[in-house]
Ligand binder design. Structure first.
Ligand SMILES: Nc1ncnc2c1ncn2[C@@H]1O[C@H](COP(=O)(O)OP(=O)(O)OP(=O)(O)O)[C@@H](O)[C@H]1O
Length: 245
């Protein structure tokens, strides 16, 4: 089943044409990548899907519903099924780890605080952090740990679709590998669809089920083997990082 279906999307800012007739779909349960060089419109595209940016031309369907035709009530409902982790998804510096993970639950649910704490600890465990980290403040965490806490906060609301903008940016290779393993673990153990913006070759090769590459137009749609077999020079350069940044 298609969870997201983007059709004939056109986006421009003044004379800057960012998306020229982009269509693709994301299937339930897959880890899907949105790839492209810097400024190619990846973030704008994902923000249009999560309804933070306006669609100028074209349609986006979520769970088979055209998002431009949703009622305010439906928009709120769909937004609860989504979790969007920004590139620099900052933690609240004045809250400890477990409080950071609980923030959304406190704001958007009426659950008793004892249950919220339980859910927060469960998600701390899911992202591979021990309960000894629960009372630490963000300034006491490594970059990789901060990413895990931000991920735990996103997962706490039990989203159907998780959107991640550069989940491994700024991490060393070992932490990158750990986050990649975590994403595969989430896919296997939680019933979740993940859409990732990434430049990271390791993530592209080991984590993504399928991906698109955009460069105004969609220039690729498929899996890593298909991409590696492509005769397109841009795609080959992209996959060897000559053009990814
Ligand atoms: N609100 C806006 N007004 C004008 N131009 C915008 C706006 N938002 C984005 N852009 C332009 O749209 C283009 C795509 O931006 P976007 O942030 O989606 O790129 P990206 O592919 O995510 O880049 P990066 O990999 O560097 O994060 C850029 O040229 C950017 O300057």
């Amino acid at each position: 089943m298609d969870i997201i279906k983007v059709s004939n999307l056109h986006t421009s800012f003044g004379k800057n044409i960012v998306h020229n007739d982009i269509s693709f779909s994301v299937k339930e349960g897959e880890i899907f990548g949105v790839l492209g060089g810097s400024g190619s419109g990846k973030s704008v595209l994902v923000k249009q899907i999560v309804m933070l940016n306006q669609i100028q031309k074209g349609t986006i369907k979520i769970f088979d519903k055209d998002i431009s035709k949703l009622s305010m009530q439906d928009i709120e409902k769909v937004k609860l099924d989504f979790s969007y982790l920004f590139q620099f998804g900052a933690l609240y510096s004045f809250l400890n780890v477990i409080e950071n993970i609980s923030v959304m639950l406190k704001e958007y649910t009426n659950l008793p605080s004892s249950l919220i704490e339980k859910i927060a600890y469960t998600n701390l465990d899911i992202v591979g952090l021990s309960k000894h980290t629960a009372k630490l403040y963000p300034s006491e965490l490594s970059g990789g740990m901060k990413k895990r806490v931000a991920l735990a906060r996103s997962l706490a609301m039990q989203p159907k679709v998780l959107f991640l903008d550069e989940p491994t940016s700024g991490l060393d290779p070992a932490s990158t590998q750990q986050v990649n393993e975590l994403l595969l673990y989430l896919k296997k153990n939680l019933n979740i669809t993940i859409v990732i913006i990434t430049h990271d070759l390791e993530t592209i090769k080991t984590v993504l089920d399928r991906f698109i590459i955009i460069k105004k137009e969609k220039i690729f749609d498929g899996n890593i083997n298909e991409a590696l077999n492509s005769k397109d020079e841009f795609i080959q350069d992209f996959l060897t990082h000559k053009k990814a940044d």
